[in-house]
Design a protein around this ligand. Sequence first.
Ligand SMILES: Nc1nc2c(ncn2[C@@H]2O[C@H](COP(=O)(O)OP(=O)(O)OP(=O)(O)O)[C@@H](O)[C@H]2O)c(=O)[nH]1
Ligand SMILES: [Mg+2]
Ligand SMILES: [Zn+2]
Ligand SMILES: [Zn+2]
Length: 407
Amino acid sequence: MPASGPRLYCPYCYEGFTEQEIRFRCTGRISRDGRHCDPEIDEVLRSRTGFSGALPPAFAANGRLTSAICPRCGAESTTRVCPACHSQLPVHFGKVRSRLIVLAGAKESGKTVFMTVLVHELMHQLGEQLRSAISGADDSTRHRFASEYEKPLYRESQLLAPTTTAGMRNRVPLVFRFTTAGRGLFGLDGRVGRSWPGRGRPQHTLLSFFDPAGEDLRSQQSVEQNVRYLAAADGIVLLLDPLQMRGARQLAAPGSRLPTPGTTDDDPATVLENITDLVLATGGRKPDELISKPLAIVFSKMDVLRHDLPETSPLRRPPVQAPYFDERDSQEVHTEIQRLLARWEGSRIDQIAQLHYRNYRYFGVSALGETPTHDNRVSARGIRPYRVADPFMWTLAQLGAIPVKRG
Ligand SMILES: Nc1nc2c(ncn2[C@@H]2O[C@H](COP(=O)(O)OP(=O)(O)OP(=O)(O)O)[C@@H](O)[C@H]2O)c(=O)[nH]1
Ligand SMILES: [Mg+2]
Ligand SMILES: [Zn+2]
Ligand SMILES: [Zn+2]
C-alpha cells in the first residue's frame, strides 16, 4: 500500500508518518474464538521511551480506520499506536489538529518552571479567561505532570532539579488536550478582526510540550539530537535568561538569586545562534529564504529586572485578560524588549533574529513572580506568574488556533 495522505507527527517522538501507517496494539483480551495475546516487552517502545513494562503486541493494519483485528489472536482493538515509537496515540490523534510546541533554552534558563506554571495556569485562572480546558492526553502525562512537575513546585515550594539527559522519561514530551469553546461561546463580535473557524463547536488541539535538558543545548554537537524535534515543531518557544547577559546581570535587584555564571555557550545570543543553525539544518527552504516557523523569544525571570523598567513600561502593566490574543499589547512588549536589548548588551540577538526569521516576537515573562529564596525555594508569598501565557497565545494565534484582536 502506498503511504499517502498528509504527514502527521507523533506528539511523543516527533517522527512523521501518514495516517495509514498508524499501528494498533492488541487489547490482550480473549477473542471470540478463545485465543489471546500475552503481554510482552515492546522493544521499540522501550528503546524510544524507556518504558519497560509488558504490553500486548503492536501490529500493522490500515491506520485510517478506528479499529483493526489483531492478526495473532483475532481480537478487535481500537488502541492506535505510533509506527515509530509505539506510544499509544491520543484519542483524537489525526482527526483533530496537533500542535507541537518545542521549548528550547540553555541550562537553568527556566524552561521547566515556565512550562509547569503555564500548564497549571491553563488548568486554573487562565483556562477560565480563555474559556478553555486543558488536560493530559494520556495517563503518563497526567501522572508525570502531577507528580514530577506540579507537586514539587506548588505543594512543596521546591524549584525543580535540573532536567537531565540521563533520565529517559523526561525526554518524552508531555501531551495535553487543549479545548476551546467555539465562536458562539467565545462571545466574539466586532472586537476581533479575524474570522474564527469552527463556530459554536468545541475545538480540540493536541499540544505537545518537549522540555529538553538545557545541557543538551549547549554545543552545536549535542543540540543536533534535537533537530528532529525542531523540524516537526509547529512553533518554537525559546527561553533566554537575561541574567546570563552581562548588561542585565548587573542591573538585577539586590538580593536576587543569580544563575551560575555561564560560559559563552550559555550566552543568550549564542543559544539563539545554535538554535537557528539547527532550524536551518532541518531544511525545506531556499538558501535566501527566511525561516517562517514562529519563534517566540522569551526573556525569563523578568521579576528580577522589573525595578529597572520605567513606570510606563508595558512590562509593568497588568496583562490583558481576554479570551483572545491582543496584538497591540504584544507589539508594545516586543518594542520594549528591543529597547532593553540595547541596555542589556544584547543587540546581537536582534540582529540574528532579523536576519533569519520572518515571524519572531519578543516576550518578557516571570513564571514565579519574584526571585526564589537563597536555598532555591518558592518565596513565602507563593507563585504569582506574570505574562506566562503571552508566548503560548501568540504561538497559538500564529497557528490559527485562537483569535487575534488587532490594534
Ligand atoms: N527570579 C526568577 N527565577 C526563576 C524563575 N524561573 C526559574 N527561576 C530560577 O531558574 C532556575 C532554573 O529553572 P528551571 O526551570 O529548572 O530551568 P531549566 O531551563 O528547566 O533548566 P535545565 O532543566 O537545567 O535545562 C530555578 O531553579 C530558579 O532558581 C522566575 O520566574 N524568576
Ligand atoms: Mg529543566
Ligand atoms: Zn492479539
Ligand atoms: Zn512516536
